[in-house]
Design a protein around this ligand. Structure first.
Ligand code: S3P
Length: 432
C-alpha cells in the first residue's frame, strides 16, 4: 500500500494480515459519555475517548455551551455543570459530519431555557431531522428546519413534558434524543422501538445515576435525575474493528487479534452473522466495564458460506453493511439484505455508493430500494473507486482492494478522520 496524495490511497492485494490492533474508542459511547458528563454534577474523567472528528465535534459544541473540557490525547476531563448549568452559545453549534452530535444534542437543547442553532457540513445538511423534530415538538420544544426537514436547526428550548413515543424507524439516535430530552421533563418519558437498537444511552444514564426502565421494546427514563460524574472507560469501536474483522477473514493467511473491542450485544450482530457462516473468530478476555462488555477477537482466514442477513438484525449491524457487502463477493453463495432503507440517508446513500464501487471493481450487484444482493465467488478487479466523502465507504473499499487483483485507488480518503484517523497506517502495519 502506498500514499498517492493525502486524499487518495492505493491498496495492493494482501497475502496475509498479521498482528494485534487497537481501535479508537467507540464513537457512539464517546458522544454519550461526553454529553452526560456535561450534565452531571462533579467532574468525569473519560479514558480511551474516541479520536474521531465526530466526537471532537461533540466536545466543541459542549464547550460552546459553557462546559469546561480538557483533552489530553485519549483522556477527556469534563467539569459537569449539572442539569441546569448549560449556557447559550454565542454562535451556531457546528456538528460537522456527525448526525449523532446533532440529533442527541437536540434532545438536550430542547429542554434549555434558551435558543440554539445547530449546523453541519454538506453531508449532514442533507440528512433528515424531522425524525427528532416530531417527538421533541410533542414534548414542547419549538424547532425550525429547512423546508425539506434538514439542518440547520433552530431550537427554542422550553419546559418539556414527558411523552410515550413509538419510533417510526429503528434509530438509536432518535431514541437517545428523546431520552436525553426526557431528563429535562418532570415524570417518565418512554420510547418504544420497532426493533432493538444500540442501548449505550440507557446504560450510560444508569451508570451515572438516572432511573432507567426496560420492558420488552420499551425504554423509560425518569426526568430531573441527578447525574453523578465518574471515571469512565470507552471500549474500542466494533464498527471500526469490523473492517479488520472482514479483512482478516478474507485474506489468505490471517492471524489477527483485535483488542479491547466493545461487545455490547446490540452491536455484535456482525459476529452473530459471520460465525455461523464459517467465520473463525474466537472471543477472549471478556470483561464488563461501566456496564459495557469488552473483549478481544482472534480472527483467522475463513471460508464464509454467505446467505441472507435477517431483517431484524439490520439495526444491530447498520454501520457494518458496506463492508459486509464487500465480504459478500467472496462468500460461497453471495450475501443479500433488505429492510435497510436507512442506509440511503447515512453520510452517503450507502446502497448506491456500495453498488457503484463494487461494479467499478467488476462485481455483480443487484440494488433494491432497501438493500443489496451481491453474488458470491466473484473476482474483484483493482479499480478507481470513490469514497463519496463517506468514511465507511473509504474503509470498506480498502478491504475490497486487499482481496482484489491489481491495484485499487480510493479517492477522497481524508474522510476516514470522521471515525478512524489512523485507519490506513494501521492497515499497512498488519497487511503483508
Ligand atoms: C448511532 C446510531 C446509528 C448509526 C450511527 C451512530 C448512534 O444511527 O448508524 O453511526 O450513535 O446512536 P441511527 O440510530 O440513526 O440508525
Amino acid at each position: 500500500m502506498s500514499l498517492l496524495s493525502s486524499n487518495s490511497k492505493k491498496i495492493e492485494p494482501a497475502k496475509r494480515l498479521e498482528g494485534s490492533v487497537r481501535f479508537p474508542g467507540d464513537k457512539s459511547i464517546s458522544h454519550r459519555y461526553a454529553m452526560l458528563a456535561a450534565l452531571a454534577e462533579g467532574s468525569s474523567e473519560i479514558h480511551f475517548f474516541s479520536s474521531s472528528a465526530d466526537c471532537q465535534s461533540t466536545l466543541n459544541c459542549l464547550k460552546q455551551l459553557g462546559v469546561k473540557i480538557n483533552r489530553d490525547g485519549g483522556t477527556v476531563t469534563v467539569q459537569g455543570v449539572g442539569l441546569d448549568g448549560l449556557r447559550p452559545s454565542a454562535g451556531p453549534l457546528d456538528a460537522g459530519n456527525s448526525g449523532t452530535t446533532m440529533r442527541l444534542l437536540s434532545g438536550i437543547l430542547a429542554g434549555q431555557p434558551f435558543s440554539s442553532v445547530l449546523v453541519g457540513d454538506a453531508s449532514l445538511s442533507r440528512r433528515p431531522m424531522k425524525r427528532i423534530v416530531d417527538p421533541l415538538t410533542l414534548m414542547g420544544a419549538r424547532i425550525l428546519t429547512s423546508e425539506s426537514g434538514t439542518p440547520p436547526l433552530e431550537i427554542e428550548g422550553r419546559t418539556l413534558l414527558p411523552i410515550r413515543y413509538e419510533l417510526p424507524v429503528a434509530s438509536a439516535q432518535v431514541k437517545s434524543a428523546i431520552l436525553l430530552a426526557g431528563l429535562f421533563a418532570a415524570g417518565v418519558t418512554e420510547v418504544v422501538e420497532p426493533l432493538p437498537t444500540r442501548d449505550h444511552t440507557e446504560i450510560a444514564l444508569e451508570q451515572m445515576g438516572a432511573e432507567v426502565g426496560l420492558h420488552g421494546h420499551t425504554v423509560a427514563v425518569r426526568g430531573r435525575a441527578k447525574l453523578q460524574g465518574k471515571k469512565l472507560y470507552v471500549p474500542g469501536d466494533i464498527s471500526s474493528a469490523a473492517f479488520f474483522l472482514v479483512a482478516g477473514l478474507l485474506a489468505p493467511e490471517s492471524n489477527l487479534v483485535l483488542q479491547h473491542v466493545g461487545l455490547n450485544p446490540t452491536r455484535t450482530a456482525i459476529l452473530d452473522l459471520l460465525v455461523p457462516m464459517g467465520g473463525r473468530v474466537t472471543i477472549l478476555n471478556v470483561e464488563v466495564v461501566n456496564g459495557e462488555l469488552i473483549g478481544d477477537l482472534h480472527v483467522e482466514s475463513s471460508r464464509i458460506e454467505g446467505g441472507e442477513i435477517p431483517g431484524d438484525d439490520i439495526p444491530r449491524l447498520i454501520d457494518e453493511l458496506p463492508v459486509l457487502a464487500v465480504l459478500g463477493t467472496q462468500t460461497e453463495q453471495g450475501l443479500s439484505f433488505r429492510g435497510a432503507r436507512e442506509l440511503r440517508v447515512k453520510e452517503s446513500d450507502r446502497i448506491a455508493t456500495v453498488a457503484e464501487n463494487l461494479r467499478r471493481m467488476g462485481a455483480e450487484v443487484e440494488e433494491f430500494p432497501d438493500g443489496l444482493r451481491v453474488a458470491g465467488k466473484q473476482k474483484l478487479r483493482g479499480a478507481a473507486v470513490d469514497s463519496h466523502d463517506d468514511h465507511r465507504i473509504a474503509m470498506a473499499f480498502a478491504v475490497a482492494g486487499l482481496v482484489a487483483e491489481g491495484t485499487t485507488t480510493i479517492q477522497d480518503c481524508a474522510c476516514v478522520n470522521i471515525s478512524f484517523p489512523d485507519f490506513f497506517e494501521t492497515l499497512s502495519r498488519v497487511a503483508g
